[in-house]
Design a protein around this ligand. Structure first.
Ligand code: ZN
Length: 367
């Protein structure tokens, strides 16, 4: 008996997972794609409908015959919150079950270990969440941080950006009355993507600092000491520009967004607006793309997977795909095309979205 209950729950999780990844579908499609019998699909879909997690959403275009009723996730069934902490900002998002951002806020708010920082953050979060959804519909609050994190022990092992080492995240945990989770910002940004597109991929997070993440066979590859994917501190130029980590010539000093904005003197939008009008900005942009091309071709050599460009700069790069590609071809003579070069889905607050999605994965597993 216990075994059959277990079996049924797995089917339910599979159904939900499939619908969250692929969107609207039909019972017939589910049975076919998940290799489940029609009676199993029918009973589980009915139960999920009774719970209100999925619902009918019109007619499904099937090939031939009469049209089937389509079913989809009830986006408003549950929400999750993601908070991205940086040295100078806090970004907050609330996402629905379909991963759509329903509420978003970004504030200039300098990180500090003072109690005042935490009490102000608590207030900010409370207001943000109250305005977004009813408390019992929110599954939890995820925090993404720039650094090496041990999420289980709630410890920030090291963060150059926040200048912390072996720092307890328990104070952060106490800013919310909800279940919490913690993730490195670049790992979180990668997890914001559709699981199908990151089965085997490398993610380059081009924000004010440069982060990276790696997925192999659908799982984050974090390394023996949670340090894998620190592409920002790969040396691109021996004895080159000084990096904030203390070394010289790191990729971060050339390819982070701060290389374009003179360390945040102005915004990326302001910089991009100068292109084509200001010769100095054009040169900076040309040099930036050149160094990014070197980094990308090195990563392609090392991993032979898709490379997803994310972060603030990842959001503007699709318009420069061919120009960047031309430069990559000069360094990489092994690939005949650029189909491995992809761009992020969430151009803003990807880390916050990714860390929030953790709660949906948890919900599906426990259903
Ligand atoms: Zn560095």
């Amino acid at each position: 008996m216990a075994k059959s209950i277990n079996k049924k729950n797995i089917a339910k999780s599979k159904i939900l997972n499939n619908m969250m990844i692929n969107g609207s579908t039909s019972k017939v499609e589910l049975a076919k794609n998940l290799n489940l019998s029609m009676p199993t699909v029918l009973s589980n879909v009915n139960e999920l409908m009774e719970l209100g997690i999925i619902m009918e959403d019109g007619e499904y275009e099937s090939t031939g015959g009469r049209k089937a009723r389509s079913i989809a996730i009830n986006k408003a069934y549950r929400y999750a919150v993601g908070v991205n902490i940086t040295a100078n900002h806090v970004g907050m998002v609330m996402i629905n079950l379909a991963g759509d951002i329903v509420r978003q806020e970004r504030k200039r708010f300098s990180f500090s270990t003072d109690i005042q920082y935490y009490s102000e953050l608590k207030e900010m979060l409370q207001q943000f969440m109250e305005a977004g959804a009813e408390a019992d519909r929110i599954l939890g609050v995820g925090f993404s941080l720039p650094g090496i994190i041990n999420g289980t022990e709630r410890i920030l092992i090291k963060s150059h950006a926040l200048q912390l080492e072996n720092y307890s995240l328990k104070m952060l945990e106490q800013t919310t009355g909800y279940p919490v989770c913690f993730e490195n910002d670049a790992n979180a940004a990668m997890l914001a993507e559709n699981p199908k597109s990151i089965e085997n991929a490398v993610y380059l997070s081009l924000n004010n600092t440069l982060g990276g993440a790696i997925c192999v066979d659908g799982r984050l590859c974090t390394g023996q000491n949670q340090k894998a994917g620190e592409f920002g501190h790969i040396i691109l130029v021996p004895n080159g520009k000084v990096c904030y980590c203390g070394k010289k010539g790191c990729a971060d000093a050339y390819c982070a967004a701060s290389a374009l904005t003179e360390n945040g003197t102005y915004t990326l939008e302001e910089f991009m607006a100068r292109l084509g009008k200001d010769k100095k900005a054009d040169v900076v942009w040309q040099d930036y793309l050149e160094m990014l091309a070197v980094l990308i071709s090195n990563l392609r050599m090392a991993y032979d997977t898709d490379i997803i460009l994310g972060g603030d700069v990842g959001g503007v790069l699709p318009a420069y795909h061919m120009k960047l590609g031309e430069m990559i071809f000069r360094y990489n003579l092994f690939d005949g095309d650029l189909s491995y070069l992809k761009y992020c889905t969430y151009t803003k607050e990807a880390s916050a979205v990714g860390v929030a999605k953790h709660f949906f994965a948890e919900m599906i597993e426990e259903i």
